[in-house]
Design a protein around this ligand. Structure first.
Ligand code: IMP
Length: 191
């Protein structure tokens, strides 16, 4: 069965293709020649994932899924959350976002945070959501060069290293996205 993954991110595609049963042929937006910007105008992670999958399903009439992720920091009332990609402004870099978080948390004792991914799958016209959460804390400064985004300042619970210091095989297993993807893969076993 063909399943569209509403992304063009090569790493995400690889990760997902490895976990999901080979009976499913995962195709990207590029594969279906979808080159437009898919709207992401909701104010929750769940809402954005759902908006993206519905957009694709409506337009291409094919089973599909979309994901959305955010870093939720307790002391910032859940920010950057749904704005994680553009926390420091529209065309900002990962570096700008990290700097903004560190600045906002200066002098703050409570460093608790979590990454949350929601995957919205639409299969045979029905939506199903899968959530992955990893708890951890935000360090005072960056550590490590691996990964992307907020990885250098996020240290997952029960680990002494940041996501940017952990090899990708370990990060992918324990991460928000890894957990949500595993739930999706388990669900698809019944199809
Ligand atoms: P997206 O919904 O997967 O595009 O993620 C939105 C934003 O969250 C990204 O632009 C990153 O800033 C951040 N992000 C998502 N996943 C991760 C991760 O695994 N590590 C660090 N930052 C992440």
């Amino acid at each position: 069965m063909k399943l569209i993954f509403a992304t063009n991110n090569k790493h995400k595609l690889e990760e997902v293709t490895k976990i999901i049963n080979k009976r499913f042929k995962i195709v990207s937006l590029k594969d279906i020649e979808c080159f437009e910007d898919i709207p992401e105008t909701q104010n929750t992670i769940e809402g954005n994932a759902s908006q993206k999958s519905h957009y694709i399903y409506k337009k291409y009439k094919m089973n599909c899924f979309a994901d959305d992720t955010g870093l939720e920091i307790d002391a910032l009332n859940g920010e950057p959350g749904v704005y994680s990609a553009r926390y420091a402004g529209e065309d900002c870099s990962f570096e700008d976002n990290v700097k903004k978080v560190l600045k906002k948390l200066e002098g703050t004792k409570n460093r608790n945070a979590q990454f949350k991914t929601v995957i919205s799958l639409i299969i045979n016209g029905k939506e199903h959501q899968f959530e992955g959460i990893i708890k951890g804390k935000i360090l005072n400064k960056k550590k490590g060069n691996l990964g992307f985004g907020y990885d250098p300042i996020f240290q997952p619970e029960n680990y002494k290293k940041t996501f940017a210091e952990l090899p990708s095989e370990i990060k992918n297993k324990i991460s928000h996205r890894g957990i949500a993807t595993k739930k999706l893969a388990d669900f698809l076993k019944s199809f």
